[in-house]
Structure formats: C-alpha cells, structure tokens
Write a protein that binds this ligand. Structure first.
Ligand code: PLP
Length: 423
C-alpha cells in the first residue's frame, strides 16, 4: 500500500526511495534509520533534506496517553501533522480526530473514520465548511460567539455544540486565547442565545495553549468548565461533554511535564467532574502524539566565515531546509533545538557562534532566531534534529522553488500487521 501523500512523491531521487514504509529491524529506532539513509544518500551523491517518521513512536505515545488518562478519549489534532500514515495509524488504534477545516474533515472521513469520531474544533468556521460538516454527519462543533451560533442555526441546525472558553495561557509557548474562546462572563448569554435559536449545546471546551508550560492551567480551565456546565444546565441543557483540548508537550525529554499535567487533570476532574456524573471527557492532543515521531536531516549547502570586532570568528551556515520548509514554527520558540552533528572530530571541537539560515532568498529564512554554538562544519555536512513531527511538514511551503523534504515512514512488522488486520 502507498500513502499517496505528497511528502513521498516530492524530491525522492528516482526509485531509490520506495513510498512503502521501511520495516524497522528489531530494536531499530527512527534515528538509526536516519543515519542509514544519510550513508545511502552520501554514497549516491544525494544531499536533499529528509525526515524519517517512526510510526511505532506514534503508537507508543497513543498507548501512553490512554494508559495515563484512561477515561479520556483522544481526538488527535490533525493540524499538527496530517500525514496520511500518521492519521491511518491513529485511526486504526481507535483515536478520534479534531479537524479545523473542510480539507481536514475530508482527509479523515476519507480514511473511513466515522463522523461520530470527529470534532470540528475550530470556533470560527467558513459557512461552506459548516455545510460540508452537516452533509457528512459531523455533528460535534465548537463555537465561541453569537455570530457563529447564527451560522450554525442556519446551516447545521442538528449540530451538537461545544462552547469553547478562554484560558490563562500567556505562559504557553503558543498562546491561543487572544484569538479563540469566550470569556466566562459571556457564557451565560451565549447559552441563552443558543437555546433561543433551538440549538443543542452539549458541553464545554478549552485549550491551555500549545506547548503549555503551566500544568496548573488545566485545573483552572476545568474549574471554569464546571461553571459553564452549571450555566448550561440552568439554561436547560443536559451538559455531557468536556473537551480538555491539547497543549501537552511532546518533545523527547518533556515527559516529566506531561506527567505533572496528568496529575493536575486527575485532581481537577476528581473535584469538578467526579466519576459517575455521566460526563464524557475528550482531549485534542496534537504535539504529544506527533512531535517525537519525526527526525529531520538537513545538509549544509553554503557557508561563510565572518570576523567580528576582537578578532573572533562567527560562522554562517546555509541549510537546504529552513523557515519555509520544516522549521517554520521554530522562529516562535524561545528554546533552541540542539541538533546532532554527523561528523567525526579527532577531539572535542571548539564551538563558534553560528547563524543558521534556510535556502531561500528571504533574509527572514532562519532556522532559529538566536545564534547557536556549533563546531566548525563544511558544505556537505549533515545535521539531524530529533522531535520534528509537530507543526513542521504540515506548515511547510514550496517558496522559491524548494520542494518539501521527503518523509520516509518506518514501522515495525507488528505495527504493519496491526494496520493490515486491525486491532
Ligand atoms: N485543538 C485545537 C483547537 C488547537 O487549536 C490545537 C493547536 O493549535 C490543538 C488542539 C493541538 O494542540 P497541541 O498540539 O498543543 O496539543
């Protein structure tokens, strides 16, 4: 089977790279596959950037989520990484999906996922996308304004609506509440309006901001949702769905932060939505599932050395991947992602301040906003970046004629047979 995804057909040198997923040897990791690919590419004179997606890492993250938050059904946020293989693995494992547009709905429905396993979780939707959801039987929709209620009443009167509220997410790396979410004080009015329009509101939702740094944000947001439930019941609704959104960190090494969030969520649910109250709890993890899955390999295509006052050297490296490719999100991240340099040095090499640029003609095309400390490298050297699966290929463009990096998918024989036969 072939995914048919654009990632696999673009930039692949001849038939050297089959679109069939690579079978992982026992104990082999995605990173080892990257090293193998670099060797193979170097032998044939190829230097195009690429990523390896280890689908077993994805399956493992899904299981961790289910085990640590057993009562909470994940609805994977498709925007994070919409690769057909990622969606297919999650669909097979039983995940639900959070879609933000008609395109994402089409993609997930096209995999045979039942409309009841989808939440259309964009509170500000185009009318034609609402109509599409109605035609396809996708009923769960989020909203946060009177105007959206009017559109839904006209174009999807049978929807089951979920009221998205604002959160305190200023400490999250990607705050969302300036754009989405109703203030708690506005919720009573919104619920009354929904009732007047004859619409069904079934619950409340929030998002603590992507890559949340404050686990206690979940506690406050869950307490606020309890208030919304009380208001909803006051307005005559049988409130039954709590959607705790995404925001869980996903990069390798962020596990302690995730565990702290899990503790906060358990404590908050025990207090505000104790078991036995008949409330279904769902979440919309994106980066927790997708981020550790991919490892990116990039190559230095040009280099400059500059002397700065004091006689010190600074290095400028130009990579064949950058802001308009898989690194778009990282200009907004405060922390530099340390790459692994694929080069042997006879002894510990000295480090130099380096600026990392992407390949396009835009000076804004940098991999990271800050200078980074790296050894002296040469044109043709490779660097690899782990944890590159979230908001990377789903955001990359073809600006200046640079094609998206090829993605190679890898999985164990066990996962492959699960995909073929179902769980
Ligand atoms: N749900 C919604 C509505 C979102 O906007 C996002 C990300 O922007 C997500 C879920 C996924 O968030 P994360 O990747 O931080 O888990």
């Amino acid at each position: 089977t072939s995914s048919g995804g654009p990632e696999e057909s673009l930039g692949a040198p001849g038939n050297l790279w089959p679109s069939e997923p690579i079978t992982l040897e026992p104990g082999e990791s995605g990173q080892q596959v990257v090293l193998r690919k670099i060797r193979e590419l170097s032998e044939t004179g190829h230097q195009d950037p690429f990523m390896v997606a280890d689908l077993d890492v994805l399956a493992n993250r899904y299981q961790v989520f289910r085990q640590t938050l057993p009562g909470i059904c994940p609805f994977y946020a498709v925007k994070c990484n919409s690769s057909p293989w990622i969606l297919r693995v999650l669909a097979t494992l039983g995940s639900g999906f959070d879609c933000a547009s008609q395109g994402e709905l089409e993609q997930v429905l096209g995999l045979g996922v039942a409309p009841s396993r989808i939440i259309f979780a964009n509170p500000c939707k185009a009318t034609s996308h609402i109509q599409y959801a109605a035609r396809c039987g996708v009923q769960l929709l989020t909203f946060d304004s009177e105007e959206e209620l009017t559109k839904v009443a006209q174009h999807h009167p049978g929807a089951r609506l979920v009221l998205r509220i604002q959160t305190q997410d200023s400490k999250s790396i990607f705050s969302l509440s300036a754009k989405f979410g109703a203030r708690l004080e506005a919720c009573g009015r919104l619920l009354t309006s929904a009732k007047e329009l004859g619409l069904a509101v079934v619950g409340a939702a929030f998002h603590v901001g992507s890559n949340c740094q404050t686990p206690q944000s979940f506690r406050q947001a869950i307490a606020d949702c309890r208030r919304v439930f009380e208001m909803g019941r006051g307005a005559g609704y049988a409130m039954s769905l709590l959607d705790i959104g995404g925001g869980f960190p996903g990069a390798e090494g962020s596990e302690p932060m995730f565990e702290e969030m899990v503790r906060e969520i358990h404590a908050a649910l025990a207090q505000d939505f104790p078991e036995g109250t008949g409330v279904e709890v769902i979440a919309e993890p994106g980066r927790f599932f997708g981020e550790p899955v991919c490892t990116a390999a990039v190559n230095i295509i040009a280099k400059k050395t500059v002397l700065v006052p004091g006689g010190h050297r600074k290095l400028i490296y130009y990579f064949n991947e950058g802001h308009y490719g898989n690194f778009r999100i990282f200009l907004r991240e405060p922390v530099f992602r340390t790459p692994i340099v694929i080069k042997e040095f006879p002894s510990e090499p000295p480090l130099f301040p380096c600026t990392l640029y992407g390949p396009t003609c835009d000076a804004f095309d940098r991999l990271f906003s800050e200078e980074v400390q790296l050894p002296e490298l040469d044109v043709g050297d490779w660097l690899i970046f782990p944890s590159m699966g979230a908001y990377t290929c789903s955001m990359s463009s073809t600006f200046n004629g640079f094609q998206p990096a090829t993605v190679y998918y890898a999985m164990s024989p066990q996962l492959r047979s699960l995909l073929e036969t179902g769980p």
